[in-house]
Ligand binder design. Structure first.
Ligand code: PMP
Length: 419
């Protein structure tokens, strides 16, 4: 359940647009005020560990930027984004097999903004968006805002199932529904941590091509692999049918709010117009700071540092799961920030959250990652931010809560457990 925007005390309640009522504050978010207390181990929010980025590197970028083009950095820029940075983004995407031209790249205010602009371009009320099950909560919020119906497609440890995708498409088409796009987080997905297997990628593209369905490939985590690079991007296999979204939030820092979209030319033109209409241009200052950083620092070494930090934390999280909750199934990510945990049948992760917070640990309940209310017995653990010691402590505390819930369930049935 979520509290809708506005309440009876709001004198402007009747003035809001219909779509404003799709904006909601979840009960989970309300709990997050408590979660930020230092004694609570938060395995909830998906925050990058920015302390692993030496601030001298940014000071260096700032000094050099101000000396070279200080006035430009604090001026309005072009709606499509900074040309030098777009060229650097081209090189970044080439690491995942993508060939692109600077012409086709649009810089955005984080990839979240790219998702928002694309949703505004494509979604009419009642349209269907296909997505993994579970899928990224921030994207689901946007799709809901544009009044799309999100259809989750069965997803396992190898990512979305092509057979299930085909089945969903034909069922929806038979029902006369309009499918606007397939939204995918193919690498170390948020929230599941799973990666779409290499052999499934061409199959998924072929199914979408056959059915004239666009693919939105959202890839903020791809470079944060632990051991081996991810399979080539979907965009590298289909330049006409895939819109690719990238971000500097996880490989540098989210505070810059810089992301990018690579789109087929006609869509790119619309995207630039939508961007200009919404915000005139993305931040010149942030883009140019990043451009200087890429030029002057060993950014690949910095990504290696991040990989090392996250690998250690993933090991701490999985180790603690084996130690304290050995019977629970959890995904085994090869990169990124997240574990997806399945609780015993009947344990409701949302109802259990206040009890967990009382035990001084927090996580994100599974229902946040579905548009259809499912995921009650799932939860997401984000291991990117706390130290390995805190992660272990957090999972130990979580085990106390889960084990108590399970015992209550075994003794009294569903009524005894938090539900
Ligand atoms: N997509 C996914 C899958 C994410 O996890 C996030 C951030 N958590 C975003 C997009 C948005 O990232 P940003 O706007 O910071 O680039």
């Amino acid at each position: 359940m979520s509290a809708n925007l506005g309440n009876n005390l709001d004198p402007w309640l009747s003035a809001y647009a219909e779509r404003a009522h799709t904006l909601s504050v979840s009960e989970v978010r309300a709990l997050f005020a408590v979660v930020s207390r230092p004694e609570v181990v938060s395995l909830a929010g998906g925050m990058p560990y920015v302390s692993a980025l030496p601030k001298e590197l940014l000071e260096k970028s700032y000094t050099s930027l101000m000396a070279k083009k200080g006035d430009l950095a604090i001026q309005y820029g072009g709606g499509q984004g900074d040309l030098t940075l777009r060229d650097q983004v081209r090189e970044l995407m080439a690491l995942e097999g993508i060939r692109s031209s600077v012409e086709d790249i649009v810089m955005t205010t984080g990839s979240q903004h790219g998702l928002e602009l694309l949703s505004g371009l494509f979604i009419d009320e009642g349209d269907v968006v296909l997505a993994e099950g579970p899928s990224y909560v921030g994207a689901l919020g946007i799709f809901r805002h544009y009044q799309a119906h999100v259809e989750h497609v069965y997803t396992d440890q190898d990512g979305m199932s092509p057979e299930a995708l085909e089945e969903s498409i034909s069922r929806l088409k038979e029902a006369g529904r309009t499918i606007k796009f397939l939204y995918l987080v193919p690498n170390f997905a948020n929230p599941s941590g799973v990666t779409l297997a290499a052999e499934r990628r061409p199959k998924i593209l072929e199914i979408c091509r056959k059915n004239h369905i666009l693919v939105l490939e959202d890839n903020p985590y791809g470079l944060l692999y632990f051991d081996k690079p991810v399979p080539d991007a979907l965009r590298s296999m289909d330049e006409d049918g895939v819109i690719y979204l990238g971000s500097f939030s996880k490989i540098l820092a989210p505070g810059f709010r810089v992301g990018y979209v690579l789109a087929p030319p006609a869509i790119r033109d619309k995207l630039v117009l939508a961007q200009e209409s919404a915000i005139l241009c993305p931040s010149s200052f942030s883009q140019m700071m990043i451009s200087e950083y890429l030029l002057n620092s060993d950014w690949q070494a910095q990504i290696d540092t991040f990989r090392g930090v996250y690998r250690e934390r993933k090991d701490a999280a999985l180790g603690a799961m084996r130690e304290f909750l050995p019977k629970l199934h959890t995904t085994q990510p090869d990169g990124g920030f997240y574990l997806w945990v399945t609780l015993p049948d009947g344990v409701d992760s949302k109802a259990m959250l206040p009890l967990a917070v009382k035990e001084l640990v927090a996580y994100t309940p599974g229902t946040a990652f579905y548009g259809d209310g499912t995921g009650q017995n799932k939860l997401r653990i984000c291991y990117s931010y706390p130290t390995p010691e805190r992660i272990r402590l957090g999972i130990q505390r979580l085990a106390t809560v889960i084990n108590l819930q399970t015992e209550l369930l075994d003794t009294f049935g569903t009524k005894g457990a938090a539900n």
